[in-house]
Design a binder for this molecule. Structure first.
Ligand code: PEP
Length: 253
């Protein structure tokens, strides 16, 4: 469907350095131009490298930050106002990544993540990759959909315009583990989330909003996942830091 152009995000997390980024970007820059009607590609370096990555990266790739503060800047040592991300030419921010929700020293709540999204969208004019997903014990307890809906509901309470939101469904048990969800497992959740959007937000938001899958996506498994009706792209961690990330970018073809 029209509004749901394929989307591939690369999340470099807390990895790479200046020279490793230069090498990776050089490899990406050599690949053929993207079909801009076919795919959006976004990479998310560690925040200190967002500016320099934007300066060396091909123009048909967008740049994202991996986090931002809940509101306007000020006396918030170590934080980034989302307008600063925009100021250096990045267009996206990843919010609510499972590592930020679950790492004990971080523990961001649903409300915190939703507040960050509201500020980034409404005050910084950034687009948001909004991550949701269940823990293994939640899946085993049959709570997968309830957890994802709770996380999405916090966003629904905070925002009204969904046009610059992309949802990334990332089952926590599949992130960085090599245990990818099967295409059927992922599609089941994506279908439920799209129905939730239809029933709780609107039919057009349900039709137009991209729902990405994330969790151990690789060149070997991306093609089967990309064939699913409700999988509109990927958020990729480990496999986004290799030149073969371009194979994942092309998986919609
Ligand atoms: C991620 O960082 O969002 C992710 C899905 O990581 P990986 O692809 O390494 O599982």
């Amino acid at each position: 469907p029209d509004g749901r152009r394929f989307f591939v995000g690369g999340n470099w997390k807390c990895n790479l350095n200046k020279s490793a980024i230069a090498d990776l970007v050089a490899a990406f820059n050599e690949a053929p131009p993207l079909d801009r009607d076919g795919v959006d590609v976004v990479v998310a370096p560690p925040s200190i490298y967002v500016d320099s990555t934007r300066q060396i990266l091909r123009n048909d790739f967008a740049v994202s930050a991996q986090n931002s503060w809940i509101s306007k800047g000020g006396a918030f040592t170590g934080e980034l106002d989302a307008t600063m991300i925009k100021d250096v030419g990045a267009e996206w921010v990843i919010l609510g990544h499972s590592e930020r929700r679950h790492i004990p020293q971080l523990k961001e709540t649903d409300e915190t993540v939703a507040k960050k999204a509201k500020y980034a969208l409404e005050n910084a004019d950034l687009s948001v990759i909004f991550c949701i997903g269940e823990l293994l014990e939640e899946r085993e307890a049959g709570q997968t959909i309830a957890v994802c809906e709770r996380q999405l509901n916090a966003l629904k309470q905070a925002i009204s315009d969904w046009t610059r939101v992309v949802i990334a469904y990332e089952p926590v048990w599949a992130i960085g583990t090599g245990k990818v969800a099967t295409p059927e497992q992922a599609e089941d959740v994506h279908r439920s989330l799209r129905l939730w959007l239809k029933q709780n937000v609107s039919e057009s938001v349900s039709d137009q909003t991209r729902i990405l899958y994330g969790g151990s996506v690789s060149p070997a498994n991306c093609v089967e996942l990309a064939k699913q009706d409700n999988i509109d792209g990927f958020l990729v961690g480990g496999a986004s830091m290799k030149p073969t990330f371009m194979e994942i970018v092309d998986s919609y073809k």
